[in-house]
Design a protein around this ligand. Structure first.
Ligand code: NAI
Length: 273
């Protein structure tokens, strides 16, 4: 049930590719909570055209931008401010891509050009967004920037390969830029570390179904669905979390602090009997 948590607020939402995308759900909820939004995605990703449906539902313009291009990002941030007739209250970074994962490269045979691309698309792009916002003085005071991360930043997950390093960099950028923007503009910067989620990016990882199921059985609350992740994003855009900054916030049903669960014990007992 919407309660106008974002009434009067305006922001940019990146990364809505299709109905499964976490960003898609964030956009719908932000709109329902009274925000006005601008949608963005890589020009290539928009060829499918699904985002037009979302734009219509949210009454939002789309400004295409490759998140690795400073030029595109400058146009995105200035275009959004022009559209709103003022500065921004929130930005969602919901962007990830690894050619090494797409091509099924294991950790010992990573292509380093692709590795650099992974870092650029999935992590440095967050720095670029915040740097453009700073240069354009694009945030209102008490604004909020959120990026989506994964626990492979802290723990080893074999098939997540170079995205593990990208997420570690992403979370570190949130801390460093959070310190800077907090001082400069009272803007908060956080990452949300989300459970495995069945989206295009998620299911592209080999072995995804197994670790989705494992995480689901380990977490006392089960895997957090995309809808709930969107709710968490909305709370971080709202005025109810104004002093939360420079954090990596676990949104994982308890996965990260669980050692073992009854379900996993049962499974292992069956396997051993
Ligand atoms: P998704 O595939 O729907 O979204 C990824 C988005 O990144 C797509 O919209 C894609 O077009 C965009 N993108 C890729 N390259 C880009 C570029 N150069 N410029 C601009 N946009 C670009 O998948 P999902 O799962 O919604 O991913 C959103 C975020 O959530 C990602 O950062 C992902 O790593 C993160 N995440 C996902 C989890 C999962 O299991 N699905 C778990 C934890 C975090």
């Amino acid at each position: 049930m919407a309660s106008n948590l974002l009434a009067g607020k305006v922001g940019i939402i990146s990364g809505a590719l299709n109905e499964e995308s976490i960003a898609w759900k964030v956009a719908l909820k932000a709109h329902a909570e009274g925000a006005r939004i601008v949608l963005t995605n890589a020009p290539l990703a928009m060829r499918m055209g699904e985002i037009n449906k979302l734009a219509e539902q949210c009454n939002a313009p789309i400004i295409p931008a490759d998140a690795t291009s400073m030029e595109d990002l400058e146009k995105l941030f200035s275009g959004a401010q022009e559209h709103f007739g003022g500065k921004l209250d929130f930005v969602l970074h919901s962007i990830g891509m690894s050619a090494n994962i797409r091509k099924g490269k294991h950790y010992g045979e990573l292509n380093y050009e692709w590795f650099q691309k992974t870092l650029d698309v999935s992590a440095l792009s967050f720095h670029k967004m915040l740097a453009v916002a700073e240069k354009q003085d694009a945030f209102n005071e008490w604004g909020s920037a959120v990026a989506l991360s994964y626990i492979a930043a802290q723990r080893a997950f074999l098939d997540y390969t170079d995205m593990s390093q990208a997420k570690a960099v992403l979370e570190s950028i949130a801390r460093s830029y959070g310190q800077r923007l907090g001082k400069l503009k009272k803007v908060r910067v956080n990452t949300i570390s989300q459970s495995p989620t069945k989206t295009t990016a998620g299911t592209g990882i080999s072995g995804f179904d197994a670790f989705y199921e494992y995480a689901n059985r380990l977490s006392p609350l089960g895997n957090a669905p995309a809808e709930a992740c969107a709710d968490y994003c909305i709370s971080l855009f709202s005025d109810l979390t104004r002093y939360v900054t420079m954090q990596n916030l676990m949104h994982d049903g308890g996965f990260s602090t669980t050692g073992i669960s009854e379900e996993i014990v049962e499974l292992m007992s069956k396997a051993n009997s």
